[in-house]
Design a binder for this molecule. Sequence first.
Ligand code: ZN
Length: 331
Amino acid sequence: MPQDRQKAVLAVDLGGTKVLVSAVMPGGEIISRRYYLTEAEKGTRAVINRLSSVINKSVARVRSEDTEFQGISIGIAGVLDIGKGLVTSSPNLPGWRNIPIRDSIAARSELPVYLINDASAGALGEHRFGAGIGFNNMLYVTVSTGIGGGIIANGELYTGADGCAGEFGHMTIVPDGPQCHCGNFGCLEALASGWAIAKEAITRINNGESSYIAEVVDGKIENITAEAVAAAARKDDRLACEIVDKAADYLGIGLANLVNIFNPELIIIGGGLSKMGNMLLKPACRIIRKRAFRLPARTVRIVRARLGGNAGIVGAAEYVFMERMRTGGKE
Ligand SMILES: [Zn+2]
């Protein structure tokens, strides 16, 4: 095998509705990208069979005389047991309990397979190639339908004892608050995520409050999204502003907790709701200054993610490059 073959990782982002499969080079360069449907409703076995075949086809397509794959990286939202290669639960994949996805895919591939939480992958991606370059102690918080997170401590990805560290969305903020997807009550995700914002707007409009939000969705209340609430808030709609402010306050409380626990130099906010910009981040920063200790609150900078939807893919690939280097190419 010639020494100068370029190395690549096949990075897979397995979501609830679609799968993104990308070939990534060291340095975060994406050389191919394709989307497929997850078809989660067909069941675990069908999803894994399909994923396996998509992976093998992608490897065969991209592999060439000059490109050699180092491994396959599968990023998934949820609680993963990295050591055993299991998805123990995932918000996007209902019914998945202790599914041995790593070994199932590896059995049908000649390449080593690695699992990584999608937000941990995002943290690594932003740290290496995005807004976090040069920051050795940083957090990545992704705020979209759900809220996830990843931790870079002393320049390295911290994943905890089992591999499921960084579930910032599921810290309890209000003990008797609304029920979360995870079953717990009053999680940050149940108070400040896109899902929580939309749900609050739908409930209050259905209870008779009037709002411009209803016009944004042409009266189809059940179609209200966080984006619709943000659009109405930009027009100074009272209810929309109230809902966004409340979510921003809760986000700020969550971030203040993180600032006191981790003393990060930087918190990168990604995910769809980061597009709300100052509407969400300004009040959140005010809460950090109000609630966190003065020293870490003064140190931390809150910035928006730079890589958008690519953070998870390049981070998942980088994770494999690093693991291969650490183990000298052995699994
Ligand atoms: Zn939760």
